[in-house]
Write a protein that binds this ligand. Sequence first.
Ligand SMILES: Cc1cc2nc3c(=O)[nH]c(=O)nc-3n(C[C@H](O)[C@H](O)[C@H](O)COP(=O)(O)OP(=O)(O)OC[C@H]3O[C@@H](n4cnc5c(N)ncnc54)[C@H](O)[C@@H]3O)c2cc1C
Length: 519
Amino acid sequence: MLIQLQPYDEHNQTLEANVHPPDWVNPDPDGRYNMVVIGAGTAGLVSAIGAAGLGAKVALIERELMGGDCLNVGCVPSKGVISAARIAAAVRDAGEFGVRVPDGWSVDFGAAMERMRRLRAGISHHDSAARFRDLGMDVFIGDGKFTGGDIIEVAGKQLQFKRAVIATGGRAAELPIPGLKDVDYLTNESIFSLTELPERLVIIGGGPIGTEMAQTFARFGSHVTQIEKSANILFREETDAALIVQQAMEKDGVHFALNAVTKRVEQRGNEKVVVIEQNGEQREIVGDQLLIGIGRSPNVEGMGLENVGVKFDLREGVEVNDRLQTTNASIFAAGDVCSKYKFTHAADFMARIVIQNALFKGRAKVSALTIPWTTYTSPELAHVGLNPADTKAQGIEIDTYTQPLDGVDRAILESDDEGFVRVHTKKGTDTIVGATIVASNAGDMISEITLAMVINSRIPTWKKKLRLARGVGLATIGSTIHPYPTQAEAIRKLGDQYSRTRLTPFVKNLFKRWLAWTR
Ligand SMILES: Cc1cc2nc3c(=O)[nH]c(=O)nc-3n(C[C@H](O)[C@H](O)[C@H](O)COP(=O)(O)OP(=O)(O)OC[C@H]3O[C@@H](n4cnc5c(N)ncnc54)[C@H](O)[C@@H]3O)c2cc1C
């Protein structure tokens, strides 16, 4: 097994018993399967359980830990430790709310990590080998490999398939930084095994993984330096949104080395030294631990893809068409292994497309998905649809509506008012094309806007043109009563902003005359 479950305590033993049972006995293959799924992360589990639920004969193959990255070394442990860090920050800031913590406070990092391991183990039965077997699937533990034709080999057994699904996800990329391979560094596969808080943590990468961990470890008390080659972190997001998160992290004590190129890395005794170049000058950043938080590589090697005519690229992953079919018509792919949207919910919905298209000759398209995402910092940064750079590139003209949170009572009362809700609409209309939210619960708030976009996307253009159907746009959101006081009121206020743009001088004049006449 590549991922080490450390420390090997009762929680990790429970996790292992669920997701990689040491005493697991692979079943005997049961003739030809409707579907054989390689990889039991989100994409594989959803493909398998959905297909089996509809009556298909399904085999599911996993070589490491069922549940994949999300359960074991991704979303679940990261959100577990983020929640502990949020409590630490709340206690730290309690005085601002008039709450005194009498004898000072401290973080017990070991206890916070143990809590995460306990909760992760508790969740893990959902993804367990036994559960999937009991739901009627043949679960095989081992390396899945296409040997040719319609055969996949696993642990010496040959499985025959009508349809196969490649759901093998990805892993932390091996970055070509000079010296890195001689340094004992952390990735997402090892950071959640730590039991001692590093005094100094250096993080290379300003993307979501590096950023979430930078804030978390700073809040726990580490001296964190985050290195990023762009001018700000979270560079794929709208700049002012990313800057709000960056400034919040500075208040948490994170040090940023921006516009910085990592030249090399060295191990000096127990210390890790990162040499960066910034503004033409080189300097060293020293840490007790080094986290590589950038770069994902798809798991495409050693699977015999060349034996069955499935085209792939070592960086981009498995090549698929809009229906998630690979270059072999009987083999589909879903999740991180074939998508630029590397999120659990994206893997889940891609798997649903695969079930329809692989088993029922469906025509579902991945391009029809509206995929939001969230970075779980404080404040959270959530996004859906297009941002201004995308709309510019696609020649779409937009109007932009922004509601700062310092105009929203609930945000003010919670001292959470550094953020905003922003919606981009097609110029002159209330049709939403994209949105960004920076708020403490932005990830929850974005779904209202995503729903509006999904409803719109399902109305045929001809119906819209003939005004036979109205979608849900900013005007509808503006006329939807939101409870007071909530931060989601910010979204409703954008509807008001839009409605005010409808109040042209001509309409205003009409109203004025009517009111004067009826006075
Ligand atoms: C630190 C971190 C935090 C994250 N946080 C979030 C978050 O908050 N929200 C979110 O939406 N996403 C998050 N993600 C991303 C999310 O984890 C992935 O998008 C998701 O796990 C993808 O699922 P998947 O099924 O495509 O692949 P994976 O989860 O990677 O599963 C693939 C499985 O295939 C197995 N496998 C590979 N090759 C073979 C083979 N030849 N034979 C048998 N088995 C094989 C692997 O062992 C693995 O278990 C996070 C990721 C990381 C690293």
